[in-house]
Write a protein that binds this ligand. Sequence first.
Ligand code: UDP
Ligand code: MG
Length: 139
Amino acid sequence: MDTNKTFTMIKPDAVAAGHIGAILDKITKSGFKIVALKYTMLSSQKAGQFYEVHKDRPFYKDLVSFMSSGPIVAAILEKDNAVEDFRKLIGATDPAKAEPGTIRNLFAKSIDANAVHGSDSDENAAIEGSFFFSAFEKF
Ligand code: UDP
Ligand code: MG
């Protein structure tokens, strides 16, 4: 199991607000190397599959509809201790509780439209990366 990879998405709210460049800049300046990168859009079926672990949570339906509402940027990132360090860089799920200077503090508007996704474990980072990228798309 890799311990130096994580997976991220720039969510539809941040893409629509024109923050792709600023967010990627912050990610790379924080020491993450981009291993794979894609501008794409999730169907509601694909978004439902990606967030399957949350299917019993009250916000699931709204989350699926939000995540399929517009284009996203998906990426695999590499850095020592990637999962934990990236969670620190993005800040708390609720941007109102995210530390100053974190990506969610800077770019997110609400707990649902919170600008970015970050994997929560090495295992999920591998699963989520494979959901979007084939071996030929990782460098
Ligand atoms: N979410 C939401 N309402 C909540 C909690 C989460 O809309 O009360 C959304 C939000 O977009 C979040 C995603 O569901 O990023 C996944 O939730 P999780 O608890 O995994 O938060 P994360 O790992 O993204 O911080
Ligand atoms: Mg999560």
